[in-house]
Write a protein that binds this ligand. Sequence first.
Ligand SMILES: [Zn+2]
Length: 175
Amino acid sequence: MATSTLRNKVLTPGSLTMRESSCFYCGSDDHCDYMVEDFIGIRSCPQHKQWAVRDCRAYCRERGTIPLSWVQNNEAIAGLLTFLKAGAKVKRSSGKLEEWILAPSKYREKPYIFRYDEDCTLPMVARDGSASKPVFIHQLRELNPQIDPELCNKASKFLLELYKTDLEDHLAAQT
Ligand SMILES: [Zn+2]
């Protein structure tokens, strides 16, 4: 294995196009891409994978933006998502109630969760795909009595805390 000198201890995800095809931390040729958005992320070798994951998560924590695909299988949120995949009431801006579904991963825009101080939104789309919007978990809870409120509370609590320690580790590694 080639010995390489460490160039970076900590990174911020950036464009992966037109960049060197080697680990951004150490320069090793053996690398994979870890992405926070299409073509935005960190290139790292297996040895620095943990750092790439930490720095990508810290970036998402700081921006309050989480790709749905990163968390959709987590036990703390999977129960709620099962209900939303089947359909749940959403209020349109006109005030009209419609039954929408959770944005599928193949939806034309990559689905994201947005974190605010007190609650998070989940990406919902009209059944025919003609409209989409982020909907707060507490709104889904209020409009959909068929969903156990505890599932909503658990998901919201989980997402509000998510990647906090990754951000702390990322900041600590900078010093
Ligand atoms: Zn490396």
